[in-house]
Design a protein around this ligand. Sequence first.
Ligand SMILES: [Ca+2]
Ligand SMILES: [Ca+2]
Length: 277
Amino acid sequence: MKMKNTLFTLSALWVVGAQSAVATTIFESKDILTPQQALGRYQWLQTCYPSLLIELADQILDPTIPRSGEQKQEELKQVLLYKNNQLKSDAKYITFGDENGQNPQRWYAGKSPTDSCVSIPSDYAVSALMIASELPQYCAVASREKGYEFIKSVTVSDLANESGATFYSNYVGKAAKVYKDRSYQLALTPGFVNNEKYPETWHVFVDWNRDGDFSDTDETHFAGVSDSTVNYQLTPPAGTQPGLTKMRITMDYLGGSNDACKEIDSGEVEDYMFYIK
Ligand SMILES: [Ca+2]
Ligand SMILES: [Ca+2]
C-alpha cells in the first residue's frame, strides 16, 4: 500500500460537488456516489485502509486532543458524513486519482463495506474529497422474467457495461459523459440464457430535463427490435442543460412499453447515469 507520499494535505484536497465537478478533471473520474454510498466508501476504507483515514483525521481534527486511532476514525466519520446523527445529503467521500487527479486506469475504491479490498494502483493517491450527490427518486420498475433473455451489454460515449441477468439493476456511479450538442451511438446487446435467440424490443429513457421523471417530450426513445446488437443514435433535445441525470434501458421480448415506469414481461431493466456537459 502506498499512502505515505500522497497528496494528503488538506490544502491539496479539492472539495468538489457534482456541479463544480463538471468543470474539473474530477468530472472524468465519474466516481459519483450517493450519500449512502459515501458512507459505504468510508466503511470500505475502515476495513481496507484504516491508516489512510487516520492520516486524514490528523489533518482535519484538532491535534491538541489526544485520541486513539479508532476514536480518530469515528470522529472523522462524523465530520464527513453526519449532522445531528443523520447521514448528510452533502456527505463527503474520498476519491482517488493519479497526480493530475485523473483516473486513466478506471480504478474505483469500494462503495460498500462488503466490497473486497483491492489494492490502490501504485501511481494513485487520494485526489479529492467529493460531495455526495442525490439523484431524484425515479419510479421503480423491473422485469417479471429473467430466465430467457437479459441485457448483456450497454455502450454509449465513454460508458461500457457488461452484465448478467437481473430483474432490475441500478448502476449508480456508471455514468456516460454526454455533450448536449452532440449525437451518440448507443449499442445495446442482448444475452440469452439457453443460447436460444429471440427478437428483443429496446427502449431508452433519459430524463433530459432532470425533473425526476421520464415522461417529458423527447424522453422516450424506441431503439429497435433485434435478436442481436441494436444500434441507436441518441441526440439530446434542444435546450438540454448540463448536469447529472438518469438513463433507463428496458429490453423486453414482449414489446416493452413507452412508459418507463411500466413493468416489463421478459427481459431486464438497467439504470445508468448521464453526465451532460
Ligand atoms: Ca444485465
Ligand atoms: Ca423528465
